[in-house]
Write a protein that binds this ligand. Sequence first.
Ligand SMILES: *Cc1c(COP(=O)(O)O)cnc(C)c1O
Length: 367
Amino acid sequence: MTGTQQTVLEINLNALQHNFEYIKSKLNQNTKTLAVVKAFAYGTEPSSIAKHLEKLKVDYFAVAYAKEGVVLREAGIKTPILVLHPQIIDFKTVINYCLEPNLYSKRVLTAFIDLAQALGLNNYPIHLKFNTGLNRLGFVENDVDLIFKYLSKTSVVKIASVFSHLVASEDLSERDFSNNQIEIFKSIIKRITLKLNYRPLFHMANTSGILNYPEAHFDMVRIGISLYGFANEAKFTKQLKNVASLKSIISQIHTIEKGETVGYNRAFKAEKKIRTATIPIGHADGIYRAFGNGKGYVTINGFKAPFIGNVCMDMLMVNVSDINCKEGDEVIIFDNQEMICDFADAINSIPYEILTAISQRVKRIVK
Ligand SMILES: *Cc1c(COP(=O)(O)O)cnc(C)c1O
């Protein structure tokens, strides 16, 4: 037996570095980089990922919620951190930890200005988000005058950046829609530039925006899933390296006679004598119950072992009838992009969800 002795998610920082450098090779020299490390850095290990990227001189980080930024500050991260979706209740935390809020509506903009005023802040960096079609968060173009009604009265905040988000940057059949979003954003840039005597950063592109819409790089790009090895398109994903590998071990092997069943609700019935292996990872670890019953597989000693029966909370069972293996052997749940894409395809999902689902119960090992 070699390899892991428990369920672990291994994080490969060399692969991360390769991916960051690959994306940078697609940018103009002056284009700044923002690394998206929300949701535990896409399910990996945010502090190690951020520290490594800080060494590589990334310009910005983004998290979704304030407490994700707190974790990075407590790990010693000094680089600016944009909080993409801050809640008003967290604004004090945002300020205490020198995080930079995205202010996306009149409600959150005025709440932040009020607090900044009460605290006597000066030129506190904020970010403004514009909705150009996603209809999720953001001001609309015609809000520019309203925004400056509030901003021109105060010097407690300063606009560090203005941004928008593409709806379907990975989908080239939506090119017209994306181009239209880019045009709207350009018009927003013009209107805002006219109002300011300094220049904030403008940014719009996520991973697929970077790769498919070089004209939408503007001053900075927001690099998310590609840092972790995926680009929503096989030809680009091939150029990237897999960062997160999920490994486990065979806890026990059973011989199941014809007619016996495996797991809860007797979901699997043996039509002939088989051998099963029980693996210590379940739906509480992020292997959803939507898997199971033939959806999903692991590899053991190089061979595919399909999931059988229902995934349990803490373990799952696979068919190892044709595999030479024994208790204690290493199990690879995934260690390359193809396996992660297979996982995603099996339940009509995407690699983003497969990675971020890996729960905090799984030990992270950074290599
Ligand atoms: C998550 C997120 C990103 C990163 O997108 P990827 O497709 O993972 O590169 C960029 N911008 C915003 C606003 C996001 O929420």
